[in-house]
Ligand binder design. Structure first.
Ligand SMILES: NC(=O)c1ccc[n+]([C@@H]2O[C@H](COP(=O)([O-])OP(=O)(O)OC[C@H]3O[C@@H](n4cnc5c(N)ncnc54)[C@H](OP(=O)(O)O)[C@@H]3O)[C@@H](O)[C@H]2O)c1
Length: 324
């Protein structure tokens, strides 16, 4: 048996229960991981509320780091005693220990702690694909990135600085603006006080930006389109304020033949080779000191409801982890 979080219905943070669950021996292709830290991500909120459906009763959490305690048949790339980390399906990372498919695990370099790994796998791999694959930044661009002081946001600030990209970041408070700036964001806009479209036009001398990375969704989507220069790319990768309402394709034509994509990390990591390349690049950025993972909130796993409340009420900055 082990302790884990389970839900029998979707809803408010209180639906998450800290319970004893079975811990079977790993089957073919599976391993048993003793988790030292679990990641907290906004996608966990979407699964808890039911915005992203899953069969119930269900588990939650998509990110963790720990040590392999047992290995099933046909597992070749990891062995008992390896330090590993992951971000992806199946749900169930909110647990002291879990049996899971081995194919989403990557080995952790000794220089990267379990806590750092649990804080960065999902958010860091996301910035990797957003900046290196979805819209490949070359250096020299000016970009707009929403929620710049969040978990994904603070990693994006530092990665943009490392690439020589001028990042304009939106934030919900003056304190968050300071934090984003300290991490490499060149211009900040407090979208609770300022009109971000006007400010982006001002900063870019009326030209707009070639790409917007928008994880806010409903509240910012149309404004983000207005920030793009012709042929610009709208990367809508999350919906912290709610899903983007349906819109007419002509909105893209009238603003200058824009492109829109709605990417998900798990499509980008689906091939093992891609996962390994992406993880190696992320680990390299952290080992070189170009990116430091700010773990600004730590919670005991059993206090996960409070962690969700803080994340949803915009109280957190940087990354958060849960300690089993
Ligand atoms: N598609 C993908 O592959 C992928 C992967 C990872 C994450 N994501 C998305 O990226 C976003 C950031 O994820 P994260 O885990 O790093 O979270 P986070 O940025 O640490 O937290 C979300 C932030 O969004 C901002 N926000 C704006 N409106 C909000 C609202 N109505 N309710 C709550 N927050 C609001 C808040 O910052 P301010 O106070 O500064 O506004 C808040 O701190 C999420 O939308 C997530 O779903 C997508």
């Amino acid at each position: 048996m082990t302790k884990a979080i389970r839900i029998t219905e979707t809803g408010a943070p209180e639906v998450m229960e800290y319970v004893e669950v079975d811990l079977p021996a790993p089957g073919a292709g599976e391993v048993l991981v003793r988790q030292m830290a679990c990641g907290l991500n906004f996608i966990d909120v979407y699964f808890r509320t039911g915005l992203y459906p899953q069969p119930l009763p269900g588990a939650l959490g998509m990110e963790g780091a720990g040590v392999i305690e047992a290995v099933g048949a046909n597992v070749t790339h990891v062995k008992v005693g390896d330090r590993v980390a992951y971000a992806g399906r199946p749900l169930g990372a909110y647990a002291e220990a879990r049996v899971m498919p081995a194919d989403i695990l990557v080995k952790l370099p000794d220089s990267i702690s379990f806590e750092t790994a649990a804080a960065m796998m999902l958010q860091g791999l996301t910035v990797q694909y957003l900046f290196r694959r979805t819209f490949r930044l070359q250096g020299g661009e000016t970009i707009l990135f929403h929620a710049a002081a969040g978990g994904v946001g603070l990693i994006a600030c530092q990665w943009a600085r490392a690439l020589g990209v001028t990042m304009i970041g939106t934030v919900g408070s003056d304190e968050k603006a300071e934090l984003a700036k300290a991490n490499g964001c060149v211009h900040t806009i407090n979208y609770n006080k300022e009109n971000f479209v006007e400010r982006v036009k001002e900063i870019t001398g009326g030209k707009g930006v070639p790409v917007v990375y928008d994880s806010i969704g409903k509240d910012t989507f149309i404004g983000s389109l207005d920030c793009l220069s012709p042929l610009g790319m709208m990367v809508s990768f999350g919906s912290a304020s709610g899903p983007v309402p349906p819109f007419g394709l002509n909105e893209l034509a009238t603003r200058g033949s824009l492109f829109v994509t709605r990417p998900s990390l798990f499509n980008y990591t689906a091939k093992r080779d891609d996962l390994e390349t992406m993880a190696a690049e992320l680990f390299g950025m952290v080992e070189s000191g170009k990116i430091k993972i700010d773990i600004n909130q730590r919670y005991a796993l059993k206090d996960v409801a409070q962690a969700h409340r803080d994340l949803e009420s915009r109280k957190t900055t940087g990354s958060s982890i849960l300690i089993p």
